[in-house]
Design a protein around this ligand. Sequence first.
Ligand SMILES: C[S@@+](CC[C@H](N)C(=O)[O-])C[C@H]1O[C@@H](n2cnc3c(N)ncnc32)[C@H](O)[C@@H]1O
Length: 217
Amino acid sequence: MLGLLLSLVWVEGMQAQGKHPRSGRRIAQVMGAAGADWLERSERESEENPTRAIELLRFQKGMVVADVGAGSGYYSSRIAEKVGPTGKVYANDIQPEMIQILKRQMRLRQVTNVEPVLGTEQDPKLPAACCDLILMVDVYHEFSHPVEMLRKLRESLKDDGRLVLLEYRKEDPYVPIRPEHKMSLKEAKLEVEGEGFRLEKVMEDLPWQHILIFKKK
Ligand SMILES: C[S@@+](CC[C@H](N)C(=O)[O-])C[C@H]1O[C@@H](n2cnc3c(N)ncnc32)[C@H](O)[C@@H]1O
């Protein structure tokens, strides 16, 4: 059912994106702005346990975080609360429609420490060395240019910062998401480590997703 939903909300006109040069993984199509309601669905808490994900990442007051591929800002607003007014969240996406939805959500939730950033498929347009943590929740598998994106994200990560991927577990056939929207641990490690990161920690506490924490090599 969820897999079906995802297929209905892909960005219109976008074609299959090809394969990753290192792993051969088939790159997924981008979820369109029509999928914003699905990102905000009330069952998300029980299905994916985002509250636990945020707890596990140990955000501190004053941290600067980038939520890359932020969509409607579901995670951005929750992280904004954790980092507080002395901290900041850059909420990046490539779809102007998603950025508009995100801005509306931030207004409704009276969140003032989220800065929306419209990026491109190859460049998230984040400042250099800005971030203590760069988060991608169900996003990396959609990057049409994963190599270029990771190179840019590496420049925006502080030297001791964390690059975090949440990805639906490809190893688990019971996770009800289309295969190209899932990633295996092996694929993620191969692809991300190839761009100057090392896998520091894997957390398997969530019902559907791997939490993968990378640091700069
Ligand atoms: C499945 S949604 C996830 C949204 C959000 N992270 C969440 O979990 O609620 C994937 C998002 O990634 C965005 N995206 C895809 N490729 C991107 C890229 N190269 N840079 C930034 N965002 C991208 C899409 O536009 C879409 O909003």
